[in-house]
Design a protein around this ligand. Structure first.
Ligand code: CU
Length: 168
């Protein structure tokens, strides 16, 4: 190989190296899941489950009783979150009643989101935290999601809320 060819070879190697470096820099600067809303767990659309309710199976509804206790017209329920689920599951309430969840996490920070009733709050560890919503008027089964990233099973951390017909 004479000098010219060697020189040419170095230039080509140099250019290829530069291109690789540029590619690496661009790749490294690409936005990724954890840092961007592209993977927004608080967005119901992110989850596979439908947001609106499913009709209630009458036979199954007969086997369920409302969760917690009714106190002065408010249904008060101790509601726990953990990696990766909620307890009680399902949360059972009656149509149209006021529900007070007394929230607690058994491990790390979680959130609870019930899109049907526009309810969303964080669940700290430690003391129970109360938060209220009004149950849907329509009996059925509604999804409950975790709204705070809490580990590898977060995306599948779902629970159910069963709404029984109002008491006559
Ligand atoms: Cu979670």
């Amino acid at each position: 190989m004479n000098i010219d060819h060697k020189d040419m070879a170095y230039r080509i190697v140099g250019l290829v190296g530069l291109a690789l470096l540029l590619g690496l820099v661009l790749w490294a600067h690409q936005p990724r899941g954890s840092a961007t809303p592209a993977h927004d767990h608080a967005d119901p659309a992110h989850h596979r489950h439908a947001v609106s309710g499913k009709p209630l199976d009458a036979e199954r509804a007969d086997t369920l009783t409302p969760s917690g206790q009714a106190e002065n017209g408010v249904r008060v329920v101790d509601y726990d979150a953990f990696q990766y689920g909620f307890d009680p599951d399902p949360l059972v309430v009656r149509a149209g009643e006021r529900v007070r969840l007394q929230l607690k996490s058994r491990d790390v920070s979680h959130g609870v989101m019930i899109p049907e009733v526009d309810f969303s709050t964080d669940i700290p560890t430690g003391e129970r935290k109360a938060a209220e919503f009004v149950a849907p008027a329509e009996p059925g089964e509604y999804p409950v999601f975790c709204s705070v990233f809490c580990g590898s099973g977060h995306g599948d951390m779902t629970g159910r809320m069963v709404v029984l017909p109002a008491e006559l």
